[in-house]
Design a protein around this ligand. Structure first.
Ligand code: AP5
Length: 218
């Protein structure tokens, strides 16, 4: 199973990618997570990426393509993967397509999760993350304990720099101009599935599995 999750910031790609990775025992390859880890570790990639991420802009294609190709070439991806946050431009999609063809790893499906904008802003402005273990909380949908510490490791919770409302608006603009066209790329290849992303996490996961059933069975 080789899946691509598309969709605007905050539609739940990361949340659903975790569930898919667990259900199908495949690695989740999330470019946002990889970049945030690089920023935290202060690597060269992290230093180059940070200013784009904080401003809600896309990190340059060349860097992203190399990063993802290196990751997908690792042994644990031979049996499948779920890509979260890549490709995000037409150029990235074309490069990925070529790489996967050469590696004889055709994708099973590209799933676009769709949620209305007001709900996206609501989800993202209320997201909090554990600085230590990365556990996700949401002040509305999945509130942290009263002491505002992580339930799992006791770590401090923080708000992502790009989850401030002005930056969310910019991320959504960038999504519309740069990433929406990627949907057409996969539609032309008859690989695109559209899934409604509103409702509980469990409901969205059911929608997703239902949309994938024909692709899994062929
Ligand atoms: P990235 O980390 O990929 O951010 P994003 O795409 O903006 O996605 P998010 O993590 O904000 O949202 P999500 O859709 O994963 O939703 P989540 O499950 O977390 O990228 C960050 C930055 O890195 C980019 O802006 C860019 O600068 C750079 N970058 C990354 N990839 C790149 C690439 N390929 N090219 C160039 N640059 C790149 O959920 C969000 C919140 O909602 C959470 O609090 C969650 O608990 C909650 N939630 C989820 N599902 C539900 C539900 N059903 N009901 C209620 N709440 C829910």
């Amino acid at each position: 199973m080789r899946l691509i999750l598309l969709g605007a910031p905050g539609v739940g790609k990361g949340t659903q990618a975790n569930l898919l990775a667990r259900k199908f025992a495949i690695p989740k390859v999330a470019t946002g997570d990889i970049l945030r880890a690089a920023v935290q570790e202060g690597t060269e990639i992290g230093i180059r990426a940070k200013r784009y991420m904080d401003a809600g802009e896309l990190v340059p294609d060349k860097l992203m393509v190399e990063l993802v190709e290196d990751r997908l070439a690792q042994a644990d991806c031979r049996g499948g993967f779920v890509l979260d946050g890549f490709p995000r431009t037409l150029h990235q999609a074309q490069k990925l397509d070529k790489f996967l063809q050469q590696s004889q790893m055709p994708i099973t499906a590209a799933v676009s999760i769709e949620v209305e904008q007001a709900e996206i802003v609501r989800r993202l402005t209320h997201r909090r993350i554990c600085r230590h273990c990365g556990q996700d909380y949401n002040l509305i949908y999945n509130p942290p304990p009263e002491d505002n510490k992580c339930r799992i490791c006791g770590g401090e919770l923080y708000q992502r720099e790009d989850d401030k409302e002005e930056t969310i608006v910019r991320r959504l603009q960038v999504y519309r101009t740069e990433t929406e066209p990627v949907k057409k790329f996969y539609a032309k290849k008859s690989k695109l599935k559209i899934v409604r992303g509103s409702g509980s996490t469990e409901e969205v996961f059911e929608n997703l599995l239902a949309a994938l059933t024909p692709a899994i069975c062929t």
